[in-house]
Design a protein around this ligand. Structure first.
Ligand code: HEM
Length: 406
């Protein structure tokens, strides 16, 4: 569909099928130009606001008083009350004052200094994931390479026994790919995965507390911030979030980032010979591949956004994968530029909920690509990759490749 042939009636950025070919750039471009805050129909009979411009997305993300994460959680589909209540014990689904103390207790373990200390550990994992694929030639990049790293890293940071890593990845995958028939499950299965994972997290907390050790879980359980002590129940919920939030997203960054490089052999060669360029290139991969299309807020009062009246209770969707291509913010927005200097992309959100794992994800991606370049002299596609069917998760589920090891 051509941008100029679109009309308000033809816009559909809800239907997951419309993401099967990637970000629906033409629809987003139309929205940014014609209706930057757009009332979109929802299949439940109601509607929601799609916010497509960078400045407006930032405005919503920044104003957590007017735009609540807690009132209706962060997904565009409303949740049944019992499930909504459960999300309100997650950082992602909390507003101040609940949000701050827990966020501060966790963030001290994800500072740049803490991450620098973790780097050798993450490097070893990246090396072993890449090396274990060395004897494969025709393989699926997602299954053999991109899948393993994020879960292995977070599990290793939390000192979780290795025989549980695959189980944790399966629980996590179930919860993120709901609308893809190949990946998701029934609502019951998805809920069960979340409950099983939370139960495991709770047991882990009880066990670690009793052990009186000094690992990250024990440190978290001992931390007291603003009078709030992280309890075993808080940890169970954090555990689910840390593993789920960093799993599909980091996998998406690595695999979609690799896909973009494979499409542009000259950029691949440039990074392979100059890995020092990776941090800047990874920012561009984040902008371009934007592993999460959106998160939602709910208006707490009547307000105005870009001249539109938003009513209390309205759903407001921050379309990160549109904001990242806003011509008013990015020069040559439709060019994949691995040397882009001004790159305030929204892939990690903004404001009080800014991704807590952002620097960890950046580090994982950098170490992964460094190790990949060291171990393989060539990667080619071996057929068309297929995308996850989702209006929220932006990534591939299969990417057949031919690898040549060094
Ligand atoms: C490329 C990888 C990643 C992407 C694109 C990503 C994206 C995001 C985004 C957009 C948000 C903002 C949510 C909002 O505003 O409602 C967020 C929050 C969060 N992310 Fe990430 N994430 C990534 C990796 C990770 C990793 C590795 C971890 C785990 C260590 C993680 C843990 C979290 C947590 C706990 C939050 C909630 C923070 C809060 O509400 O205060 N993420 N992420």
């Amino acid at each position: 569909m051509n941008n100029s042939t679109l009309t308000a009636d033809s816009i559909d950025v809800y239907n997951p099928d419309n993401y099967l070919q990637g970000i629906p750039h033409q629809q987003f471009a139309w929205l940014r130009e014609n209706a930057p805050v757009f009332w979109h129909k929802h299949p439940d009979g109601g509607g929601y606001w799609v916010v497509s411009k960078h400045a407006d997305v930032m405005q919503v993300a920044r104003d957590h008083k007017t735009f609540s994460a807690q009132k209706g959680f962060v997904m565009v589909d409303d949740l049944p009350p019992d499930i909504l209540e459960r999300t309100q014990s997650q950082l992602l689904g909390m507003d101040p004052p609940d949000h701050g103390p827990i966020r501060r207790a966790v963030i001290t373990h994800f500072t740049r200094g803490m991450l620098a200390a973790l780097e050798p550990k993450v490097h070893n994992i990246a090396r072993s994931v890449v090396e274990s694929a060395r004897d494969k030639t025709e393989t699926d990049f997602i299954e053999s390479l991109a899948c393993e790293l994020p879960t292995a890293v977070i599990c290793s940071i939390l000192d979780i026994p290795q025989d549980m890593w695959t189980q944790i990845r399966h629980w996590s995958d179930k919860q993120t790919a709901g609308s893809d028939p190949d990946l998701g499950g029934s609502d019951e299965e998805i809920q069960q995965a979340s409950i099983d994972m939370g139960t495991y997290g709770f047991e882990l907390a009880v066990e670690r507390k009793a052990s009186g050790g000094d690992d990250l879980i024990c440190q978290l359980l001992e931390s007291e911030v603003d009078g709030h002590t992280v309890s075993e129940v808080d940890f169970a919920s954090l555990f689910v979030q840390l593993t789920v939030a960093g799993n599909e997203t980091t996998r998406g960054l690595i695999s979609s980032g690799m896909y973009e490089l494979v499409q542009r052999p000259e950029l691949y060669a440039e990074l392979e010979s100059t890995p020092a360029g990776l941090p800047t290139a990874i920012e561009e991969m984040l902008r371009w591949t934007c592993p999460l299309h959106y998160f939602r807020r709910t208006a707490t009062c009547d307000t105005e956004l870009a001249g539109c009246t938003i009513r209390e209770g309205d759903r407001v969707v921050m379309m990160y994968s549109s904001a990242n291509f806003d011509e008013d913010e990015f020069d040559n927005a439709m060019t994949f530029d691995i040397k882009r200097q001004h790159n305030p992309h929204m892939a990690f959100g903004y404001g009080i909920h800014l991704c807590l794992g952002a620097n960890l994800a950046r580090m994982e991606a950098r170490l992964f690509f460094e190790e990949f370049f060291k171990n393989f002299s060539r990667i080619e596609l071996n057929g068309e990759p297929s995308r996850i069917r989702s209006n929220n998760i932006n990534g591939y589920k299969k990417m057949p490749v031919i690898l040549t090891s060094r």
